[in-house]
Design a protein around this ligand. Structure first.
Ligand SMILES: Cc1cc2nc3c(=O)[nH]c(=O)nc-3n(C[C@H](O)[C@H](O)[C@H](O)COP(=O)(O)OP(=O)(O)OC[C@H]3O[C@@H](n4cnc5c(N)ncnc54)[C@H](O)[C@@H]3O)c2cc1C
Length: 403
C-alpha cells in the first residue's frame, strides 16, 4: 500500500495505547496507512513490571522490525521451574536454552522483558512513522457507523471520523460493552501484588536463579525472574482474597503470615520484599466469538483477556496485530472483510489460551488430594512432555498462509 493522506475516509483509529494498541498502530503504520491512536491516560506507557514472551512472540516482533531491538533489551531465562510452596517438590522444569528447545521452536527465544522497555520499542517505532498520530488524554466513549465509515465519540463531546476502528482498550473495555452489553469481566477472587527490586537487594537464593521460578500452594503463588541483564528481579505474588479482608489491612497481613508460616525459606524471603498494600484484581473474559461489527473490531485483552497462567496475554495481542495487518494487505484493504477473517483466524487459539489458563490456574492453586495427585502426575513429566503440551502455543503461528 502506498502512503495515504490523512483524511477521515483513509484513517484507522486505534483505541488504547497498551501493547495491543501500539503494536497494531505500528503494524498498520508500517504498511503506509494513516493511523490515529487514542489513549485515555496523559501518557502512552506501561505499568512498570516484567512480562514474559513465549517463543511464539519473537517472530511476530520480527514482522514488526523489532526482533533485534527486543533481544537487546530482554533477559533470556534459562528455564521455567515450578515448586510446591510447602514441600519444595519440583513440579515442572522446562529448559529454555537447549538445542532441543531451539530445534522445536525454530530457533526462537523465550524472553523476559521490562514492560516499559517493550512499550518504548513499539512507541519509538511508531514515532518514526509520520503517518501514525499518537493522541494522549483522549477517552473514547462510543462509536457509531454506517456504510461510509465509523465515528468515535470522545469524552467532552467531540467526535472523530475514520474508515475503521480497532478497539484495544483492555480487559475492562468500554467499547466491548457497547458491542456486547451483557458481557462483563469475570473476577477470580484473586489479587496480584507486583514489584521490581534491584538484584543487589534480592534474597541470596533468588539472586542465583537464572530462570523463571514459581512456587505455588493452596490459593497462592509467587513467580520471579530477572530483568535487564539480571540487574533487577521482577516479583509477582498472587493470592486468593479471603472473604471480608479486602479492606482489612491488618487482617490481610495476618492471612499472608499464615501462608508464609508453611512456606519454604526461599519464597518466604522473596515475598518479604513485596509491598502487599498495593494490589490488582485478577479477572479474565469468557471466550467471545464475535469480535467484529462492520468496520469495528476488538483486539488484545478487549477481545480475549486471559489469566496470566500461560504468560501470553501480551503475546496474543502482538500476534493479533500482525495477523490483522497481513489480512488487510491480502483483502484489498476491505476492513469489514479483514475484521471477519481476523476473528476467524484468532478465535480458537485465543479461546484455548483463555480456557487452558483457567485450568492451569486451578492446578497452580489446588490443595489436599488434588495437590497430591498433581505432584504425582506433574512430577513424572520431563522437558519433552512439557514441550509437547506447549507446542500448539509456542510454535510460531504462520501468517504466510493467511488469505
Ligand atoms: C499480573 C499479570 C501478569 C502478566 N504477565 C504476562 C506475561 O508474562 N506475558 C504476557 O504476554 N502477558 C502477561 N499479562 C497480560 C498482559 O498484561 C495483557 O494481556 C496485555 O497488557 C494486554 O494488552 P492490551 O493492549 O490489550 O490492553 P491494556 O494493556 O490493558 O491496554 C489498554 C489501554 O487502553 C486504554 N484505554 C482504556 N479505555 C480507554 C478508552 N475508553 N479510551 C481510550 N483509551 C482507553 C488504557 O488506558 C490502556 O492504556 C499479565 C497480566 C497480569 C495482570
Amino acid at each position: 500500500m502506498t502512503p495515504s493522506h490523512r483524511t477521515p475516509s483513509s484513517t484507522v483509529i486505534v483505541v488504547g495505547g497498551g501493547v495491543g494498541g501500539v503494536a497494531t498502530a505500528l503494524a498498520l503504520g508500517r504498511q503506509g496507512r494513516a493511523v490515529t491512536l487514542l489513549e485515555q491516560a496523559d501518557q502512552i506507557g506501561a505499568i512498570g513490571y516484567g512480562v514474559q514472551l513465549g517463543p511464539n512472540v519473537l517472530p511476530m516482533l520480527q514482522q514488526l522490525g523489532l526482533a533485534e531491538a527486543a533481544l537487546a533489551k530482554a533477559y533470556l531465562p534459562t528455564d521455567i521451574t515450578w515448586y510446591d510452596l510447602n514441600t519444595a517438590q519440583s513440579l515442572a522444569h522446562i529448559p529454555l536454552q537447549t538445542e532441543a528447545f531451539a530445534a522445536r521452536y525454530a530457533g526462537s527465544r523465550y524472553l523476559a522483558i521490562h514492560r516499559v522497555d517493550l512499550h518504548e520499542l513499539l512507541l519509538a517505532a511508531c514515532e518514526r512513522l509520520p503517518n501514525i498520530q499518537l493522541n494522549q488524554s483522549t477517552t473514547v466513549t462510543g462509536y457509531q457507523q454506517n456504510d461510509a465509515g465509523v465515528q468515535v465519540s470522545l469524552e467532552g463531546g467531540a467526535t472523530l471520523d475514520a474508515c475503521a476502528v480497532v478497539v484495544a482498550d483492555g480487559l475492562r473495555s468500554r467499547l466491548r460493552a457497547q458491542m456486547h452489553p451483557s458481557d462483563t469481566p469475570q473476577d477470580t477472587g484473586y489479587v496480584a501484588h507486583r514489584t521490581i527490586v534491584p538484584m543487589t537487594d534480592a534474597p541470596e537464593w533468588a539472586r542465583q536463579r537464572t530462570g523463571v521460578t514459581m512456587w505455588s500452594g493452596p490459593g497462592f503463588h509467587v513467580i520471579y525472574y530477572p530483568l535487564r541483564a539480571r540487574s533487577e528481579l521482577n516479583i509477582v505474588v498472587v493470592n486468593r482474597m479471603p472473604p471480608g479482608l479486602a479492606d482489612d489491612v491488618a487482617g490481610y497481613r495476618a492471612h499472608m503470615d499464615r501462608i508464609m508460616d508453611g512456606a519454604q525459606p526461599e519464597p518466604r524471603k522473596v515475598i518479604a520484599r513485596v509491598n502487599l498494600d498495593r494490589r490488582w484484581t485478577i479477572a479474565d473474559r469468557q471466550p467471545l466469538r464475535r469480535w467484529a461489527e462492520g468496520r469495528v473490531t476488538l483486539l488484545g485483552d478487549s477481545a480475549h483477556a486471559t489469566l496470566q497462567s500461560l504468560a501470553q496475554g501480551a503475546g496474543m495481542a502482538i500476534e493479533d496485530a500482525v495477523t490483522l495487518a497481513t489480512l488487510l494487505e491480502r483483502n484489498g484493504d476491505d476492513y469489514a472483510v479483514a475484521f471477519q477473517k481476523l476473528q476467524r483466524a484468532r478465535f480458537l487459539r485465543t479461546a484455548r489460551v483463555q480456557l487452558e489458563s483457567r485450568a492451569l490456574w486451578e492446578t497452580y492453586h489446588c490443595e489436599d488430594v488434588h495437590a497430591e495427585v498433581r505432584a504425582w502426575e506433574w512430577g513424572a513429566r520431563g522437558p519433552e512432555d512439557f514441550y509437547r503440551c506447549l507446542d500448539w502455543l509456542w510454535q510460531p503461528v504462520s501468517v504466510a498462509d493467511l488469505t
